[in-house]
Write a protein that binds this ligand. Structure first.
Ligand code: NAP
Length: 272
């Protein structure tokens, strides 16, 4: 098939993130123009059946699709690129969600001039509330970023940053869901300490987390203003805030995110 005959998107690697993107795209626009490429034939058949999209091998996928979305683990990307190189040209757009893998490494493994966009997604993409952050490689222009953004918008919000900020993004929004899960877990434990049934405590806290998140997103107010609005003089909230400060929770969060950033830099440099 010629470059002009290519259309649509191939998802290469149909694991958790690949399937989240596939399901979001099918929900938004139907299966037309989508295809998958999966190492495991059983998994390929499962995705084909579940979403009504065809499955191809790498050569077949690259011959048909203009956009190739690489959703394999970082440790599998070099082998994948080695196999993909012979099927790719500068008429493709390669979008990679592999955490910590620089665009320069992808470009170096592919023929010269292939546009590459790197994305840091996160797992709330599974429920269409993802935060995806894009960076252009050396050969990707605004139109390529627009195209990648339109894809990722199927599963949540999208922002663009220079690639030099991707390690910080990984530490904030990439790993971020885990910090919120950890906080919720601790707050549910507190409910149990106070004698509430676990299921009730979880219900209260999860809905409170959701409500607080929607308020932050939709009111446009600063978190400090929103917190002050529920912190009345001599009240319950200020008693809790004093304990959070006394136990250094703010400093702990800053140190934790700094550690995640350092680890992302290490992984990007190829240290295991
Ligand atoms: N999950 C997250 O929270 C998250 C967040 C941000 C970024 N990411 C990034 O997203 C990428 C995918 O993560 P994931 O959690 O979705 O991983 P995953 O569930 O392991 O999915 C990867 C899939 O790709 C398949 N695969 C590997 N090599 C292949 C090849 N050469 N051709 C076709 N398929 C191939 C794997 O098959 P096998 O099962 O046979 O290995 C697997 O089904 C990673 O690079 C990760 O850094 C993930």
């Amino acid at each position: 098939m010629t470059a002009e005959g290519r259309r649509g998107l191939a998802i290469i690697g149909g694991g958790k993130i690949g399937e989240a993107l596939l399901s979001g795209l099918v929900r938004r626009g139907g299966p037309d123009g989508l295809l998958v490429c999966e190492r495991s034939p059983d998994r390929a058949a499962q995705l084909s059946e579940r979403y009504g999209v065809p499955a191809f091998d790498l050569g077949g996928a690259a011959a048909r699709a203009r956009v190739l979305l690489l959703a394999v683990k970082p440790q599998d990307i070099d082998v994948l690129l080695g196999r993909l190189a012979e099927f790719v040209d500068d008429g493709h757009l390669v979008v990679s969600v592999a955490a910590g893998v620089p665009t320069a490494r992808i470009e170096a493994a592919l023929p010269a001039g292939v546009p590459v966009v790197r994305v840091m997604p996160n797992t709330p993409a599974l429920v269409d509330e993802g935060m995806s952050v894009l960076s252009a490689g050396a050969h990707a222009g605004e139109a390529d970023l627009d195209e990648a953004e339109a894809l990722l918008a199927a599963v949540g919000r999208v922002r663009r940053v220079p690639e030099s900020q991707q390690d910080a993004v990984t530490a904030l929004s990439g790993s971020g869901p885990a910090y919120f899960f950890f906080l919720v877990e601790a707050m549910v434990d507190a409910g149990i300490l106070l004698g509430l049934p676990r299921a009730l405590a979880a219900d209260l806290i999860v809905q409170t987390a959701l409500g607080a998140a929607v308020m932050m997103r939709d009111t446009g107010e600063h978190p400090v203003q929103l917190r002050e609005a529920v912190t009345s003089p001599g009240g319950t909230t200020i008693a809790a805030i004093r304990e959070l400060e006394r136990h250094g929770v703010r400093a702990a969060l800053i140190a934790a995110i700094e550690a995640a950033h350092a680890r992302s830099v290490e992984l990007g440099a190829g240290q295991s």
